[in-house]
Design a protein around this ligand. Structure first.
Ligand SMILES: [Zn+2]
Ligand SMILES: [Zn+2]
Length: 251
């Protein structure tokens, strides 16, 4: 055994085990867990689940990314006209439906890091459009409160952010923005209560690194946008010059 060195941290150990298992076992669909054939090229979803995924396509709101049902050009949606969001733009890959919800649930609540890595691969591969990643200085995952981090063992947004940062060769900043209030899970709340719940939950530990910089914040799901908006507000107040928000899925 002395020739085998195990990584020091649980997440690295999980990655080590996953990469070993990957070599030995065929991939399974991250949503329904069906074994994938070599013809199923995405290596992430089976053909059946892939068909059910609703990829967000243009036309959508040029600011918040909300898709429009009728064809035409991108324009600003009613919500963003009424109240301009505190970010330059937000983009997501897929609409929140059964297939992606199952993958996210297996990852976040089933603590399935392998599923998370596949979602992260999908996230990093995607061309979000509307901005140039190379023009941004840092990638920031939406932080979890330390109690949630201890309970879950990992931050799902950090796993997505890490893959995107690596693909685009942009440094991560996981220290400037923190969540200092242990809020109720947003998923359990109505729209009007989500904003109140998340209000003032984030703060900046330090502004040195990010003042005058452009950042991309990353989260798993955009529902009402309250979390992303609150993070953006705090970042701009701390001197950040530009904020773009990316999520895997949106309601
Ligand atoms: Zn499937
Ligand atoms: Zn909008």
């Amino acid at each position: 055994m002395k020739y085998i060195t195990f990584p020091k941290y649980p997440l690295l150990l999980a990655e080590f085990v996953k990469s070993t298992v990957d070599v030995l076992l065929p991939h399974a669909c991250i949503s329904c867990n069906k074994t994938l054939s070599s013809l199923e090229e995405s290596g992430i979803f089976c053909e059946e689940c892939l068909q059910k995924l609703v990829f967000i396509k243009e036309p959508y709101c040029s600011i918040c990314g909300k898709p429009f049902l009728s064809p035409g050009e991108n324009h600003t949606c009613g919500d963003c006209i009424l109240q301009k969001p505190p970010f330059i733009l937000a983009r997501s890959i897929v609409g929140y439906g059964e297939v992606i919800a199952s993958g996210i649930t297996r990852f976040k609540y089933g603590k399935n890091i392998g599923v998370g890595e596949s979602l992260a691969t999908m996230f990093a591969r995607h061309n979000f459009g509307g901005f140039t990643p190379e023009n941004f200085d840092f990638i920031l995952p939406v932080p979890l409160h330390k109690n949630r981090l201890l309970e879950r063992g990992f931050n799902q947004s950090l796993i997505l952010a890490k893959a995107f940062a690596k693909k685009n060769n942009i440094p991560m900043d996981c220290n400037s923005l923190i969540r200092h209030i242990d809020t109720k899970p947003q998923a359990s709340l109505e729209k009007k209560d989500r904003e109140k719940n998340i209000l003032n939950a984030f703060s900046l530990r330090d502004t040195k690194k990010i003042t005058g910089k452009s950042v991309i914040i990353i989260d798993d799901v955009y529902t009402t946008g309250s979390t992303i908006k609150e993070c953006s507000k705090i970042l701009y107040a701390g001197g950040v010059q530009a904020v773009v928000a990316l999520t895997l899925s949106r309601a």
